[in-house]
Design a binder for this molecule. Structure first.
Ligand code: CAA
Length: 244
C-alpha cells in the first residue's frame, strides 16, 4: 500500500486500519521522509511493515520514478491513497496570484499528474485500488473558498472521468467527498455543520476499499449526498452568502 502524503491524518488512519494482510508493506511517502518516526511507529503498531520515501507532490517529474521504485521493490501496488493537500489562505489567494496558483497546483495539477501515472501502473498489473479525496467544497464552489473549491471541483471531475475510463480494467477508483473535517488541516476554524473526524473519513474509506468491486463514490457523512442535491439548487444570491 502506498500513502502519498504520508503525514496526512486521514492517510495514516486508513493505513492503520488496513495494516496487516490487506495492506502488505505500507510505504509512507512524504516531504522530509527522514522525520516520519512517529507515523512509522503508529502504522507498525497496527501490524504493518512500514517503509518511507521522499515525496514532494509539487515536483511532478518525481512522481513516476517513485511509483516505479515502489512497484519494482514490492512487485505490485495494491492500494494507493492520494492523501496530500493544502487548504491555503483564501483571503491571500484573492490578491496573491502565486498563492492561488500554488493551491491549485497541489490540490489539482499534482493530483491529476500522480493519478495518471498511478493509473498506468495499476492498469499494467490489471488490479489495484486508487483512493482520491475530493470535497464538498468542490461540489458547488462557494465564494468563501473558491480557490480551494475550484481545485476540488476539477479533481472531482477528473477522478470521476478516470473511474469511468478504468471500468473493466480491474482497477478501482474510490472517490471520497468529505465535508468539513475537524483536524490539523482546519485547526482554529469553527466546524461547519455535519463535520467529521479524520477517523470517520478513514472508516468510510476503508469500508469502500473492502467492498472490493467496482468504483465507489462515498460522501462523509452520507447525509451530505442528499443535502447537496438541495444546495445545488439554491439561488446564486443566497449561495454567495454561504459561510466557509
Ligand atoms: C461544509 C463545509 O464547509 C466543508 C468545507 O469547508 S470543505 C474544506 C475542508 N475539508 C475538505 O476539503 C475535505 C477534503 N480534504 C482533503 O482533500 C485533504 O487535503 C486530504 C484528505 C487530502 C488530507 O486531509 P488530512 O489528512 O486531514 O490533512 P493533513 O493532516 O493536513 O495532511 C495533509 C498532508 O499533505 C501534505 N502535503 C501538502 N502538500 C504536499 C506536497 N506538495 N507534497 C507532499 N505532501 C504534501 C502535507 O505535508 C500534510 O501533512 P503535513 O502538514 O503534516 O506535512
Amino acid at each position: 500500500m502506498l500513502v502519498l502524503g504520508g503525514r496526512s491524518e486521514i492517510g495514516l488512519a486508513v493505513a492503520q486500519r488496513l495494516a496487516g494482510r490487506e495492506a502488505g508493506t505500507v510505504v509512507l511517502a512524504a516531504r522530509r521522509a527522514g522525520e516520519l518516526d512517529d507515523e512509522t511507529a503508529r502504522v507498525a503498531a497496527a501490524g504493518a511493515r512500514v517503509e518511507t520515501a521522499e515525496f514532494d507532490a509539487d515536483d511532478l517529474a518525481s512522481h513516476r520514478p517513485l511509483i516505479d521504485d515502489v512497484r519494482d521493490r514490492h512487485g505490485r501496488i495494491d492500494v494507493a491513497v492520494v492523501a496530500f493537500g493544502i487548504l491555503g489562505d483564501q483571503a491571500r489567494a484573492e490578491t496573491d496570484a502565486a498563492h492561488a496558483a500554488a493551491i491549485v497546483h497541489t490540490d489539482y495539477l499534482a493530483q491529476v499528474h500522480v493519478l495518471t501515472e498511478l493509473a498506468q501502473v495499476l492498469r499494467e498489473q490489471g488490479s489495484g485500488t486508487l483512493v482520491v479525496y475530493s470535497s464538498v467544497a468542490g461540489v458547488r464552489v462557494r465564494r468563501a473558498n473558491y480557490v480551494y473549491g475550484s481545485a476540488k471541483s476539477g479533481l472531482d471531475g477528473f477522478a470521476s472521468g478516470l473511474a469511468d475510463a478504468l471500468h473493466g480494467s480491474g482497477v478501482r477508483l474510490v472517490l471520497i467527498r468529505p465535508g468539513f473535517v475537524v483536524g490539523r488541516m482546519t485547526e482554529g476554524m469553527s466546524p461547519a455543520p455535519l463535520s467529521s473526524t479524520p477517523e470517520q473519513v478513514a472508516d468510510a474509506t476503508v469500508a469502500a476499499v473492502r467492498r472490493g468491486r467496482g468504483n465507489a463514490d462515498v460522501w462523509v457523512p452520507g447525509t451530505l449526498r442528499l443535502l447537496f442535491l438541495v444546495l445545488r439548487l439554491l439561488p446564486r444570491a443566497v449561495w454567495r452568502r454561504m459561510p466557509r
